[in-house]
Design a protein around this ligand. Sequence first.
Ligand SMILES: *[C@@H]1O[C@H](CO)[C@@H](O)[C@H](O)[C@H]1NC(C)=O
Ligand SMILES: *[C@@H]1O[C@H](CO)[C@@H](O)[C@H](O)[C@H]1NC(C)=O
Ligand SMILES: *[C@@H]1O[C@H](CO)[C@@H](O)[C@H](O)[C@H]1NC(C)=O
Length: 380
Amino acid sequence: MGLIGRRLLFLPDAPSALASPPGRRRLLWPPLLLFAMLALWLCMVYSCAAATTGSCAPAASSSAASSPHPKLLLLRTKNPPPPPLSPGDEEDEEGGEEEEGILDGAGPGPSSSALSSFLNGSGTKRLPQAVIIGVKKGGTRALLEFLRVHPDVRAVGAEPHFFDRNYERGLAWYRELMPRTLDGQITMEKTPSYFVTKEAPARISAMSKDTKLIVVVRDPVTRAISDYTQTLSKKPDIPTFESLTFKNRTTGLIDTSWSAIQIGIYAKHLENWLLYFPIGQILFVSGERLISDPAGELGRVQDFLGLKRIITDKHFYFNKTKGFPCLKKAEGSSKPHCLGKTKGRTHPSIDQKVVQRLREFYRPFNMKFYQMTGHDFGWD
Ligand SMILES: *[C@@H]1O[C@H](CO)[C@@H](O)[C@H](O)[C@H]1NC(C)=O
Ligand SMILES: *[C@@H]1O[C@H](CO)[C@@H](O)[C@H](O)[C@H]1NC(C)=O
Ligand SMILES: *[C@@H]1O[C@H](CO)[C@@H](O)[C@H](O)[C@H]1NC(C)=O
């Protein structure tokens, strides 16, 4: 099943959800599941035998009917379906190839929610209480996939782009994208472009001024190069990094209107957010530390979200060849799951003078950002 296969690029899949349901519900599950399986089995036997259009299986939902593994889907309530977004929305995904995998295989499909509502035992769709708002190429996908290991986190697989591109669709549309959650579970989504969207702070505040915000930031120079590299892989004909960086190479004037440069001026974007949210309601995660010490950063994130520290060192190992941390195999899964590039993507070699000039350019903004957040990210 391609759907599951592609997900494996990143995550321990269903088995983790299966193996560790949230503790206080554990007792409820076995009889419930037994009942559900029995009901389903009866349904299928009936619908096969009757071979009528009005039978139980097609009635559950059209996509449930097309699913080859109803039992599997029933159990995989953890991951929500990807929202119905246009392919263009992948543009903002960080990390390239592997992102597309996640986007395609983000969940078991709508059938599981149809079955869930049939059972009526696996919760309600809620607006997110926490949103990863940025930044592009900062490591937001890594953070979300690490967080999904937590049994009390439920997250949308793809990027909804609600507060930037889809706002006119309304909150009901947005809520419908969300996975079902039980009491005590946190609903999350990530869309890195929110951080640089002028309207996003007011809009998220209007949804709930208590929304917790998470920003994964990374050295703006390496972020810009990574951003450019991703664009280059999709559009090989674009001008060189150097020529896009400068308005005038001779004078060294930097083109701050180029998005690859602009996104990295974190202090400026943050000012917008502070008009609507107190700084304590925004957590800044270091994209560098997420790679060098994933368990440490995840500890901070779990504290911030008010979650029990369940994700720890034990969940990770470092693959030296890849240079990325991997999630250890989940129980019942045969493979480990690593982050980082699935295919080697060579960064174009960039003139060190240009890199140096960019460092100078960002330095004052970085200093300001450290000051605002009370955190030295060590980018200089
Ligand atoms: C399912 O649960 C919801 C509340 O969570 C309730 O409003 C609804 O009536 C229930 N549906 C059935 C069929 O029991
Ligand atoms: C770049 O700056 C130099 C020096 O000020 C100037 O002579 C040249 O016309 C500028 N080029 C462009 C394209 O603006
Ligand atoms: C580490 O990464 C390399 C390169 O991607 C891969 O071939 C290898 O199987 C990985 N090893 C482990 C233990 O994950």
